[in-house]
Design a protein around this ligand. Structure first.
Ligand SMILES: Nc1nc2c(ncn2[C@@H]2O[C@H](COP(=O)(O)OP(=O)(O)OP(=O)(O)O)[C@@H](O)[C@H]2O)c(=O)[nH]1
Ligand SMILES: [Mg+2]
Length: 297
């Protein structure tokens, strides 16, 4: 009789400076687009769990906002709380850094690592490297900074060496039964995921024009057979911002809504009827009731 490997399971937090690819990496690890991504830093605003179930292990990844220094106010404080909490009570941490691009914000991320939790480094975006030989000294310098359990170069975009990262994480997880049912992919509802997909299109299509205090609220979410009927509000804090989101002749909003609907149909594997409008709510980002309503507090 061959001995079965012991089943392992645990929570694994993804951390690292903004824009290193934490959310892209989580999506790649679980094989599904759950967490939104964009070229803009500080895209992720909510904690979301993505679950990878294997025959001998279950890895529950936690993606969360990074610590924000560039904005102040109540919304920002709420985001920083989520960022700090995400590193507590986890079984392991993946510190994501970008290949050959290490700076003050990365150093700060290392300084915040809690003692006694095993940390695996994922050196992301290796697909952008012309000269792979330069990775070795980079790995050596990282290894001298902190007692990391492992350092694995990967590409979240192409999937390169993702199996090696999973193996390194399995090795540091404690033995134990699964935390979630094996059919579960995330702890979040379709309602939440729909709001996020719409927010992603705002981030991707409006670039720097998009004000920081823009959010999405799902006002109605109904499932009728294989159809999802969704009414969503894009919440901005000034009338001028409403004009930016709608665009000339409503073209911008139409593109945003079409792309969001296509992503929702893929994720929910169903037809989606999506109606989107823009609502102006002055000062919502400093209003406790609205912060709660939009899931920030
Ligand atoms: N070339 C390349 N680009 C990548 C890779 N992984 C992520 N990116 C890109 O990097 C940008 C940021 O990715 P995100 O996953 O949103 O980064 P993040 O760390 O979650 O960012 P925040 O949530 O804002 O902190 C996006 O434009 C991604 O497409 C990779 O392996 N290779
Ligand atoms: Mg992110």
């Amino acid at each position: 009789m061959t001995e079965q490997p012991e089943h392992r399971a645990g929570y694994i937090a993804l951390t690292g400076r903004p824009n290193v690819g934490k959310s892209t990496l989580m999506n790649r690890l679980v094989g599904q687009k759950l967490s939104i991504t964009s070229p803009r830093p500080q895209t992720t605003r909510h904690r979301i769990v993505g679950i990878l179930t294997l025959p001998d292990a279950q890895l529950a990844f936690i993606d969360a906002p990074g610590l924000q220094a560039h904005h102040s106010g109540r919304l920002n404080r709420a985001l920083n709380r989520v960022a700090a909490d995400a590193l507590e009570h986890v079984d392991a941490i993946v510190l994501v850094v970008e290949a050959l691009r290490f700076g003050a914000e990365d150093r700060a991320a290392i300084a915040r690592l809690p003692e006694a939790t095993p940390v695996v480094v994922a050196i992301n975006k290796i697909d952008t490297l012309a000269d792979k030989a330069r990775l070795l000294p980079f790995i050596e310098s990282l290894a001298s900074m902190y007692p990391f359990a492992a350092i694995v170069p990967v590409s979240a975009q192409t999937g390169r060496q993702i199996p090696d990262l999973i193996a390194a994480l399995k090795a540091v997880l404690p033995p134990g039964p699964s935390l979630y049912d094996q059919s579960e992919l995330t702890d979040r509802s379709e309602r939440f995921l729909a709001a996020e997909l719409l927010r992603e299109k705002l981030f991707r299509l409006l670039h720097d024009e998009l004000p920081y205090d823009t959010a999405v609220e799902i006002e109605r979410f109904e499932t009728a057979g294989s159809l999802r009927r969704i009414h969503a509000a894009i919440v901005v804090s000034r009338p001028g911002q409403k004009a930016i989101v709608i665009g000339k002749g409503g073209e911008q909003l139409k593109t945003i809504a079409t792309q969001a609907r296509q992503d929702m149909e893929r994720l929910f594997d169903s037809k989606v009827y999506l109606e989107v409008f823009v609502r102006v709510k002055r000062g919502w980002a400093d209003d406790p009731e609205w912060l709660r309503r939009l899931g920030y507090e």
